[in-house]
Ligand binder design. Structure first.
Ligand code: FEO
Length: 169
């Protein structure tokens, strides 16, 4: 059985993952409208992953006798400036998600909920991957630059990254 404190912390994390999915969906749509299929595909799949993270939390809360709450979502921006800016936003967003996960782990220890602590370790590992992936993409975009030809190459390149990442799930 979950304590009320843990149930709330998990429900907060559900909202964070749901909002992440929402933001990445807006990024996918923006890239698609601009004609960058590889980037759009990457962001669509990233958005799906966040929804899977949310579902993992929802199922855990309910399985442990809590009540998982489906959160209200904020509308994300419609446009993201440049792709460099967009991937910087993505990286910063993941760093914030990691901070939330760390808070969750901290609360688990305070509450002596070792089962939820154990469950949350999957998210700790996932955040290491997600931050590394975002940094990897930022490095690439910095190398290629923002000119049209460079972005075209980058769009092709990121398709491979998407397939690689999907293969690891
Ligand atoms: Fe589920 Fe990217 O954090």
């Amino acid at each position: 059985m979950l304590s009320k404190v843990i149930e709330k912390a998990l429900n907060d994390q559900i909202a964070v993952e749901a909002q992440s999915s929402q933001v990445y969906l807006a990024m996918a749509s923006w890239a698609e409208v601009l004609g960058f299929e590889g980037i759009a595909q990457f962001m669509y799949s990233h958005s799906d992953e966040e929804r899977i993270h949310m579902l993992k939390l929802i199922k855990y809360v309910n399985e442990r006798g809590g009540h998982a709450l489906v959160p209200t979502l904020q509308a994300p921006p419609a446009e993201f400036g440049s792709f460099k800016q967009m991937f910087e936003d993505l990286y910063k967003h993941e760093v914030k998600v990691s901070a939330h996960i760390n808070d969750l782990v901290h609360i688990c220890l305070q509450e002596k909920d070792y089962a939820t602590h154990n469950f949350s370790q999957w998210f700790v590992a996932e955040q290491i991957e997600e931050e590394a992936l975002a940094r990897n993409i930022l490095d690439k975009i910095n190398l290629i630059g923002e000119d049209k030809g460079g972005l075209y190459l980058f769009d092709n390149d990121i398709k491979q990254l998407t397939d690689l990442h999907a293969g690891e799930e």
